[in-house]
Write a protein that binds this ligand. Sequence first.
Ligand code: GDP
Length: 477
Amino acid sequence: EFISANDLSSLMDVSVNEVIKVCLNMGMFVSINQRLDAEAITVIADEFGYDVEFLSAEEEDTVIEVEDNEEDLQPRAPIVTIMGHVDHGKTSLLDYIRSASVAKGEAGGITQHIGAYDVMTKSGKRVTFLDTPGHEAFTAMRARGAKVTDIAIIVVAADDSVMPQTKEAINHAQAAGVPIVIALNKIDKPGANPDKVREELSVINVLVEEWGGKYQSQEVSAKTGLGIDDLLEKVLLEAEILELKANPDRNAIGTVIEASLDKGRGYVTTILVQTGTMRVGDIVLAGPHFGRVKAMTDHRGKKMKTAGPATPVQVLGLTGAPQAGDKIQVMETEREARELATQRQQLAREQSMRTKKHITLDEIGRRLAIGSFKELNVIVKGDVDGSVEALADSLLKLSTPEVAVNILSKGVGAISESDVLLASASDAIIIGFQVRPSLSARKLAEQEQIDIRLYSIIYNAINEVKDAMEGMLAPTV
Ligand code: GDP
C-alpha cells in the first residue's frame, strides 16, 4: 500500500470523487482515506492519463543524483571482470596482470588483494579489474542493483573445452548486456588447441572475429604472460566503442567491492569510485554506514589523497562494514550522513522480513492487462541438451507483439544458485525440465522469491507459459 485515494487525487489535480468513481467503474470500492496498492494506483492514474513511477524505499532516501552536463564528462577507464570455468585460469590471469603492473622495487613490489585494482597498459591507458573472479560474484552484485562491470573477459583453457561454467559466464555477461572478450588461456601448454575452442564457441553462437564473428579473442598464457598485453589492448578497443565517461569534478559516488574489520585499522572498505572524485576528509554514506575518509590506499599499499572515476581504493574511517554492491556517496555534512545511515538501518530491520517481489508466472497475465510488462525473461534448465533446445525454441516462439520472450540462459543440469541469482538480477522465471533445484538454490529462490517451475512434459511447460501470457493461467493453490 502506498498513498490514499485522497492523496492520489490531489497529485493528479482531480477531485477525490472522480477517483472514487473511476474505481467504482472498475469494480473497486474505495473510501477517501483508503490506501491503494501499486496496481490500483497504476490503473487509476492511467485512466487520468498519468504514468506512474514507483521508487523503492531505498531509492527514495538516496540523495538525488545530479545529472552531469555533457561538457563536464571526461573519458574514464573501463572496469573489467574475468569469468570462466573453474581451473581455466581466472585467478592466474588476474594475478599475472596485477603483479606485472607493479614495477620492481616499488613499495616493496608487493601487491595486496583488496578486491579490485587498476593497471596501466603498454599504450599508457588505464584498465580497472574487479578481483573477484567468476560470474557468481558478478551476478550477485547485479542482483543487488550494482552495475559495475563494463567489459567481461571470458577465459577458456585452450587445452580444454567450452565447459558448463563457460556457457554460464557467457550467459550472465550477455544477460547484463556487457561486451565480451575471449581469452584463450594456457596457450603455452603442449596440448593447447585454440581452434577447437573457437569452434566450440561458434556452436554456442559466439563467433570470434578471425572467423567473421563479432567477438574479439586473444591467445594468452597466464603463466608466461604471452599475449596479455594484446588482450588488454582488445579490452581497450571494446571500451572505446562504449565511450565510457564520468565527471571527475563532483562529489564521489561509487560501489562497495568488499569490506572487513581489521584489528588495528578498524573498518577497511574497498570501493570503486564511479563518478566524481573521493578525497581524504570526505564524509561518506555507504549502505547503512557512514564515516569520514581517514586514509585511502591503492592495491600497492600506496597512500592516495584523491581517487577519480573508475579508481579502486581501500578506504579507512567507516563506522561499519557495508555489503559488496552497496552504494557509497560523499555527503555534505556528517549530520546528514548519520541521519540517512540511521534511517537505512531502521528500514533494513523493517524490511528484513520482506524481500523484493519478482515476477511469477501467475502474475504475468495481470501485469500484461495493465500494460506494465513487455518482456518475459526465462531461464531454462533440463536433463539433456536436446530437450533444453526444443523447450527454449518453443518458448521463444511464444513471443507476441506485446511481450517478447527472452531466454536469458539455457543449460543442462540441476537448477543452481547461480541460476537463481541470474533470475533475481534480471527478474526472470526459471523453468526446469526433468531437473530439480539444488537445496541451496531452493533456499535462495525462496529468499529471493524467484518462481521456479518444474515440468516433466515439454508440452505442459509451453502451455502454461502460453496460458500465463494470455492471462488465463489457472491460479495455483
Ligand atoms: P581458476 O579456477 O579459473 O581461477 O584457475 P586458476 O587460475 O586457479 O588456474 C588453475 C590451474 O591452471 C593452476 O594450477 C594454474 O597454475 C594453471 N594455469 C593457469 N593459467 C595457466 C597458463 O596459462 N598456463 C599453464 N601452463 N598453466 C596455467
